[in-house]
Design a protein around this ligand. Structure first.
Ligand SMILES: NC(=O)c1ccc[n+]([C@@H]2O[C@H](COP(=O)([O-])OP(=O)(O)OC[C@H]3O[C@@H](n4cnc5c(N)ncnc54)[C@H](OP(=O)(O)O)[C@@H]3O)[C@@H](O)[C@H]2O)c1
Length: 313
């Protein structure tokens, strides 16, 4: 019988010296608040020790309630869970960063965040509206602030000790290099869409060379078409190793040296997604080299407009 391995417990060191991030993370981009709270509790109970949210997802309150209940029950301690949230595009002006961060912490019922990310490199018109539009329905961008200005405001949060690490999301290689080269506190994490249909090898390799954790979101392809879970290479490996296609995809992400985020509101899938183990090296290579399909499922990197969030949220 095959010995169990420890793939699901993999941790990746952070270059800020503030510890390590569990490679297997649970995302909370779930439109329904009750489902978000239930899924977050189920994820913690299943064993996930990394949670990802954002002011834009409007799930911080439910994630906070779920964590609070689990911590109060004494099952898991706050310090055992790595919690990440993100600054939205309407808050890129440096003077808006700290209030936005404090509001996120308050909703999460936390004293500190393990990671704070700039959600996208696009600055929108500053104000309370997360989706500011002109009379023609076009997004109103803010030309008066650079990504570096916003980054410096995040550095101050680390200085103040309420945020252990900072990072970038929905950036490309050039934007990552630009901030990395100028930053006083280097990005600890780069969080972008990635899976076998969008492997982002150049960015993965740059992150590895510079001690940055590359974190893949939509690690299962977000249930979008073409469906990664039905890819013939993935299905064949799943049959061969007696795991599900989802478990194969999650193992591949960790075994190629990245962290990941997956999401489910279904209790059985949450357990399934934590119950992963290593696949053979030749299976990792086959996925990396044998799958030629290339698809981006989320267009947020092009405009800063979220791709997966249903209209009206
Ligand atoms: N920075 C950004 O711009 C950005 C954008 C998107 C996402 N994210 C983050 O990344 C997280 C993950 O992204 P994602 O939601 O696209 O993740 P994903 O895991 O690729 O896709 C989630 C979808 O897969 C289904 N699923 C989950 N486990 C499954 C399994 N074992 N078998 C079959 N289907 C399964 C879920 O269905 P059910 O829920 O019905 O079970 C859901 O429809 C988000 O929650 C968010 O935290 C960040």
């Amino acid at each position: 019988m095959k010995e169990p391995d420890h793939l699901r417990d993999t941790k990746m060191s952070l270059n800020t010296g503030s510890g390590a991030v569990p490679a297997l993370g649970f995302g909370t981009l779930i439109p329904d608040p009750v489902a978000t709270k239930n899924a977050t509790k189920a994820a913690l109970k299943a064993g996930f020790r990394q949670l990802d949210t954002s002011e834009r997802y409007r799930t911080e309150k439910e994630v906070g309630e779920a964590m609070h209940e689990v911590f109060e029950a004494g099952e898991i301690k706050r310090e055992d869970v790595f919690v990440a949230t993100k600054l939205w595009n309407n808050n890129h002006r440096p003077e808006r960063v700290k209030p936005a961060f404090e509001a996120s912490l308050k909703k999460l019922q936390l004293d500190y965040a393990d990671l704070y990310l700039i959600h996208t490199p696009f600055a929108f018109q500053p104000g309370e509206d997360q989706d500011p539009r002109d009379a023609n329905g076009n997004v109103i961008y803010d030309k008066g602030v650079t990504l570096l200005d916003t980054w410096k405001a995040l550095e101050s949060l680390v200085d103040e000790g309420r945020c252990k690490a900072i990072g970038l999301s929905d950036v490309d290689l050039e934007q990552t290099k630009e901030i990395f080269d100028c930053a006083r506190i280097k990005p600890a994490v780069v969080h972008v869409e990635s899976h076998p249909y969008l492997p982002e090898w150049d960015l993965v390799n740059y992150c590895k060379m510079n001690g940055i954790v590359f974190q893949a979101f939509a690690a299962l392809g977000h249930s979008s078409e073409p469906n990664l879970l039905k890819d013939p290479v993935i299905s064949a490996i799943a049959t061969q190793v007696n795991k599900t296609p989802a478990q194969v995809l999650l193992a591949w992400a960790i075994q190629r040296g990245t962290a990941l985020l997956t999401t489910s509101k279904t209790p059985s899938r949450i357990k399934e997604n934590f119950d992963i183990s290593a696949i053979p090296d030749d299976a990792v290579r086959e996925i990396s080299e044998g799958i030629k399909t290339r698809v981006r499922f989320n267009a947020v990197v092009e405009t800063g407009i979220p791709g997966f969030i249903p209209k009206g949220k």
